[in-house]
Design a protein around this ligand. Structure first.
Ligand code: SAM
Length: 476
């Protein structure tokens, strides 16, 4: 078991001894270095120096170094890399007062090392001397003796300041600044979540929502072509509460499960399953034979649609990216009667009114799935929202063109931002050929999820990503 985060909120994991097995042997992990910390550093540096995505780089490094890093060390590496990336704002606020130059002028490798060491001191139950000594050893190998002296001096001051809560107090932060430092969210994301939760949201609920969004998510599986009970028995998981296909696991490597290896099950957030099922459950009059997934890559929802569609339904799946259509093809490799297109959804090759049901899982800021992509909260900016909202409005108009009169469009985002959700839906509800279908009544067991006529899931209420789903019917 990996060291527990020592802060904040109800969902902290229990502490435990870190593995000292599998001492590293190769160059990258000389005995003096700690393999988990070196690998975490490599992830941080990949993200900071070449805009790598941690959720892609980390698994790749863990695979390459599997001979040196056992499962416990791999878990610790994940905690170090993801935790440090999530906490970057707070770590930098602490470090700013402890180094003589602006952080942006520090050698980038040195800054990554300082963040890695500071994260352990602030948030983990790692003894201070271990956090300092291992980071100094890493610094000596990576930036040399001079840099390691800086790391030693700065981390000792960090350790002297105590835990994250003590540091936040020492920094004199109050109100939203305090919330930002405690929950690892930049101010504009806090504003977006507060707005989406509604004007009446209590401060305590907003804090709970942001803290839940700062936790490592559980693994959710989807039982597509295998009975859920079989998947539960195989994985030792629990049934997900909202989707009849969902199984929740505390951890482990789902890629090793036979049903996942066979493609009969997959990894999919339960909120994404609910979003796809909203389209399936929407009431429809007349024929129900042609479905379109307009932005299908990499194919998670398309695979669920293909698995649960009634017999005789043909599925068309499209995406603008050729690479991502390739991923859809692989996700749908066992499905019959599927048509794939590399195309811009706004100008797809289909005739107007071709489909009975259309899923528009729109490209978005991903502000509702920050748990999975730890660095994204610091990479995204408020300026990203408007161009995406423009694209979302155009895609939604195209989706409504693609559906037949009487047919249904599901508009889905993994962002709760009002400009990407409610406002986009409002751009078409003034039309005299569109009506809103309430989504929450289709999921009577899911509490506190109605957002107007749409459905809004939240990590702190539902244990899912913050998915938004609206259903729109073409009336003529
Ligand atoms: C949120 S992701 C879809 C996730 C997918 N439905 C799933 O569940 O696996 C959005 C997708 O939209 C695609 N996309 C972006 N702009 C597009 C456009 N104009 N037309 C079609 N696809 C687009 C992106 O390539 C991306 O794969």
């Amino acid at each position: 078991m990996t060291p527990a985060p020592r802060r904040r909120g109800p969902t902290g994991r229990p502490a435990g001894p870190r593995s000292r097995q599998n001492r590293p042997e190769s160059r990258w992990s000389r005995p003096v270095l700690d393999g988990a910390r070196l690998t975490a550093y490599d992830v941080l540096h990949g993200v900071s120096s070449r805009d790598a995505y941690a959720n892609l780089l980390l698994p790749q490094l863990l695979r390459e170094r599997a001979a040196d890093l056992g499962p416990r060390d791999a878990a610790f590496t994940t905690q170090l890399a993801y935790g440090t990336l999530r906490a970057t704002g707070t770590l930098d606020a602490v470090l700013t007062g402890l180094v003589s130059r602006p952080l942006a002028e520090l050698q980038p490798e040195l800054l990554d090392l300082l963040r890695l060491g500071t994260y352990q001191l602030l948030d983990l139950r790692v003894p201070a001397h271990a956090a300092v000594d291992t980071t100094v050893a890493l610094a000596r190998a990576i930036v040399g003796t001079g840099g390691s002296g800086v790391v030693n001096a700065v981390l000792r001051k960090v350790a002297a300041g105590g835990t994250r809560e003590q540091w936040v107090e020492a920094l004199g932060a109050t109100g939203d600044e305090r919330l930002s430092l405690l929950t690892d969210h930049p101010q504009w994301v806090i504003d977006a979540w507060r707005d989406a939760l509604g004007p009446e949201v209590a401060d305590a609920e907003l804090e709970a929502a942001l803290l839940a969004d700062d936790e490592a998510p559980e693994v959710h599986l989807v039982a597509r072509a295998v009975d859920r009970a079989t998947l539960i028995a195989e994985s030792d998981g629990l049934p997900g509460p909202w989707s009849p296909y969902a199984v929740r696991l505390e951890g482990g490597d789902p890629g090793k499960l036979p049903s996942v290896r066979a493609g009969a099950a997959g990894v999919q957030d339960e909120g994404s399953q609910v979003a796809a099922l909203a389209l399936v459950r929407a009431p429809l009059e007349g024929t129900d034979a042609r479905w379109l997934d307009m932005c299908a890559g990499p194919g998670g929802k398309a695979a669920l649609l293909a698995a649960v569609r009634p017999e005789g339904v043909a599925l068309t799946a499209a995406d603008r990216s050729e690479h991502r259509v390739g991923l859809v093809a692989s996700a749908l490799r066992d499905a019959a009667d599927v048509d794939l297109h590399v195309t811009d959804g706004r100008t797809g090759p289909w005739e107007p009114g071709s489909f009975d049901r259309v899923l528009l899982d729109a490209p978005c800021t991903g502000l509702g799935a920050l748990r999975r992509r730890p660095e994204v909260r610091w990479r995204r900016t408020p300026e990203d929202v408007e161009p995406l909202a423009d694209l979302q409005r155009e895609l939604l108009a195209a989706a409504l063109d693609a559906v037949r009169p009487g047919g249904v469009v599901a508009y889905v985002t993994c962002s709760p931002h009002t400009a990407e959700t409610v406002d986009v839906v409002a751009s078409v509800t003034g039309r005299d050929d569109v009506e809103v279908l309430p989504v929450a009544p289709l999921f009577p067991g899911v509490p506190d999820a109605a957002r107007g006529g749409a459905l809004q899931l939240w990590p702190h209420r539902h244990g899912t990503d913050a998915m938004f789903v609206a259903l729109l019917r073409r009336t003529r």
